[in-house]
Design a protein around this ligand. Structure first.
Ligand SMILES: [Fe+2]
Length: 255
């Protein structure tokens, strides 16, 4: 059984007392790590799916790495709209350069592969993968048809039924769907950006968004509405026979 932990939308600042929408984000990140240390210290991979540093400052990533401690070798990162791609590429393990200055990661275990994609569009809140990255993904999936695949990207490729969020989703989701229709081995897609959970089908895959470590949003709203609930994270368990489970955990205790 392969165990992947997904944390998303931490929205951290160099100054650890800083609040975003009246919520101080660092204690939420620390409480998630504390929960992980108690519950799943033997995970195989910890994936941060974007919006790690709200201030996009190099010092914030350095503080994140210090907080992750000995886990850093098992950490993989993809950028969100609030991130500094170059700072990520210079600091985190497993980051591979991709065409058009994008970055990605790939992990392979027995008959599963995990691919982290880069949907950041510089200076924009909405995202896109771009034709070069979609072509790269096509070549990668063509060369690995026997591998069940879990894709991570920050922006959701499906409507989330909040109009203000749907305007800032993945702008080239139609192109991605066209591609994934050809590759039934892509079974799972994990994203962030939505700050709450959604589950939807997309091609042959099921898409799960994960609630934020930072401020959470209420689902199905006309405007942004903060959910004052505790930080959450997602656990993915992938079995060699192709079965999988995923569930969310809430972290109610503050460090
Ligand atoms: Fe976010």
């Amino acid at each position: 059984m392969h165990r992947i932990v997904q944390l998303t939308d931490c929205h951290l600042f160099t100054e650890k007392a800083t609040a975003l929408r009246e919520i101080v984000t660092w204690p939420r990140f620390q409480s998630v790590l504390q929960h992980l240390r108690q519950q799943f210290p033997d995970f195989d991979l910890l994936v941060l799916t974007g919006d790690i540093a709200h201030d996009e400052a190099a010092a914030t990533y350095d503080a994140v790495i210090a907080e992750l401690g000995d886990w850093i070798g098992k950490v993989r990162v993809i950028p969100g709209n609030h991130d500094n791609r170059a700072a990520i590429a210079n600091r985190f393990p497993g980051v591979q350069p991709l065409c058009s200055d994008r970055i990605h990661f790939v992990e392979q275990w027995s008959d599963w592969q995990i691919i982290g994609l880069d949907s950041q569009l510089s200076g924009q809140v909405a995202g896109s993968l771009g034709s070069d990255q979609i072509q790269w993904l096509k070549e990668r999936l063509t060369a690995s048809r026997s591998l069940r695949t879990l894709l991570f990207l920050h922006h959701p490729p499906v409507p989330v039924h909040s109009p203000w969020l749907d305007k800032i989703g993945l702008q080239d989701a139609a192109e991605l769907k066209l591609l994934l229709n050809e590759f039934p081995q892509v079974q799972l897609i994990g994203c962030g950006h939505v700050h709450h959970e959604i589950v939807a089908s997309f091609g042959h895959a099921t898409v799960f968004s994960t609630p934020a470590v930072g401020p959470k949003f209420r689902p199905r709203t006309e405007q942004l509405v903060i959910d004052l609930g505790p930080p959450e994270y997602r656990l993915w368990e992938l079995a060699p026979n192709g079965s999988w489970t995923t569930q969310l955990f809430q972290c109610t205790s503050q460090p």
